[in-house]
Design a protein. Sequence first.
Length: 225
Amino acid sequence: MKGGLDIEWTPGVETEPLPNLRIKSLGLAALVSFGLFCLLPLSEFVRPDEWIVRPADVPTYTPPPPPRTEMEKEVVKKLELPTPALETPKMHLLNQPSAATLEVGPGDFKALFSLTNFNPTPTGFAQELVFAMHQLDRNPGVVKRGSLVYPAHLRRKGLEGEVKLLVQINESGRVKVLETVSTTHPDFVEASRKAAEGSVYEPPTRNGKPVKVEFYLPVRFSMLK
């Protein structure tokens, strides 16, 4: 053995470590343990992010209506046309006077009294023969026209009508009602008879001589002029 401390290692025989090396190992282990212990509180602050799952509100999607065809557009246009305002026509009664002048004239077709109708058979004795209108020399002219009074209650109701009378004109032109042949309303009869008998004619003649004549006389009641 030379100078210094020489340790010889014999295989199979453990050598005892030095005291300083053991102390350093223990101190290092204690230091590492202490460091790990100090790191434990810090691990509380280092946590993975927590995810909260909430249901999402998905808006409902309504698809737009399909485009209209040309026929549907035409139908919609017709339905959208403005409805015309309908005005109810007002009925106005004519303010007809209660008395109407009769156009009484044989052969006057515009007259209310038409004296060119029918041919009654002459009656009575020979000296009192009654002729028909066509047997006269000419139709007698009107000297005075009778006044036809329209019954007020029938005029207010707007009723029109006609009365047919059998009348006779004597040799002096006076009128006499012989019979009421027909009427559309009984209240027209009295007014028509008065109007007929209120008329005066020229004396009817046959062969230049005054005679009597009979005929059917229609009397018309009309609201129109």
